[in-house]
Ligand binder design. Structure first.
Ligand code: PGA
Length: 287
């Protein structure tokens, strides 16, 4: 692990994030897992365990059938509920689909759009992602817009181009005011569910590229305020190092969000850093 030697360095990075009003967002993405009883049991335990974590925002993105029950469990708690996808039309003859208005009506405040599994398993294009983003905004939901390259694209040096295309198409015609209500997520496809995490340096470098693209597409002020999450094999033992990077404003976590014990550790990632810092200070004192 590459922990910072200076215990104050992390504090400075946290301050920099705060200065730009980028409160860290720790989001679990359950994907297609759990049945209702398991979902409720998890939610009750999570509510107990993370009732007070003022420095981060906590979000669970659950399958559609659990959204309303979860939002009831999380009532009067800081934990928010999000969906994993939506369809852009508000209503009508679209069998099997769920609209932004429906999500809002069952207590959702966030929705993931353009997740790599939607793009690659279900064929969502960036144009679709754009329509989904706009319909989410229209229903006062916060879209988490995902972008990310495949392994062969990274290895052939095309990461920047792929991200540029995904971003320009997925965010097309959004006004600055609309974009300020969105969250971005960088999810390298090769790191999702593979156990192969981007190094903190790789993630930070790519997320800085995303921030610079936002600056180019909108402006500096928006780029500094937009939260960019990282997703791809985030675990309790790598979250602190990832979150210590200046361009990571949170994480979107699949596998490691499925157990409440592990998700609690992700939410309380800074405690791992505090332990590390006191060890460092103790070691320095002992020298
Ligand atoms: P993972 O999934 O944490 O299981 O790699 C991340 C995601 O798909 O959001």
């Amino acid at each position: 692990m590459v922990h910072f030697k200076d215990p104050f360095e992390k504090m400075e990075r946290e301050n920099e994030r705060r200065q730009h009003m980028r409160k860290a967002l720790i989001a679990g993405n359950w994907k297609m897992n759990k049945v209702l009883t398991e979902a409720i049991e998890y939610a009750l335990a999570l509510k107990e365990r993370v009732s007070e974590v003022p420095e981060v925002e906590v979000l669970i993105c659950a399958p559609f059938p659990f959204l309303n029950p979860l939002s009831k469990v999380f009532e009067n708690s800081p934990i928010k509920v999000g969906a994993q996808d939506l369809y852009w039309e508000p209503k009508g003859a679209y069998t099997g689909s769920v609209s932004a208005q429906m999500l809002e009506s069952v207590g959702c405040s966030y929705v993931i759009v353009g997740h790599s599994e939607r793009r690659h398993v279900f064929g969502d294009t960036s144009e679709d992602v754009n329509k989904k983003t706009k319909s989410a905004l229209g229903a006062y939901l916060t879209p988490i817009v995902c972008v990310g390259e495949k392994l062969e694209e990274r290895e052939s040096g095309h990461t920047d181009n792929v991200l540029r295309n995904q971003m320009t198409q997925s965010l097309a015609d959004l006004t600055k005011e609309e974009m300020l209500k969105c969250v971005m997520a960088y999810e390298p496809v090769w790191a999702i569910g593979t156990g192969r995490t981007a190094t903190p340096h790789q993630a930070n470098e790519t997320q800085l590229f995303i921030r610079n693209l936002l600056k180019e597409m909108f402006d500096k002020d928006l780029a500094e305020q937009t939260r960019i999450l990282y997703g791809g094999s985030v675990k309790p033992d790598n979250v602190y190092d990832l979150m210590s990077e200046p361009n990571l404003d949170g994480v979107l976590v699949g596998g490691a969000s499925l157990s409440v014990e592990s998700f609690e550790k992700l939410v309380k990632y800074s405690e791992a850093g505090e332990e590390e810092s006191s060890d460092t200070v103790a070691n320095q004192d002992g020298e």
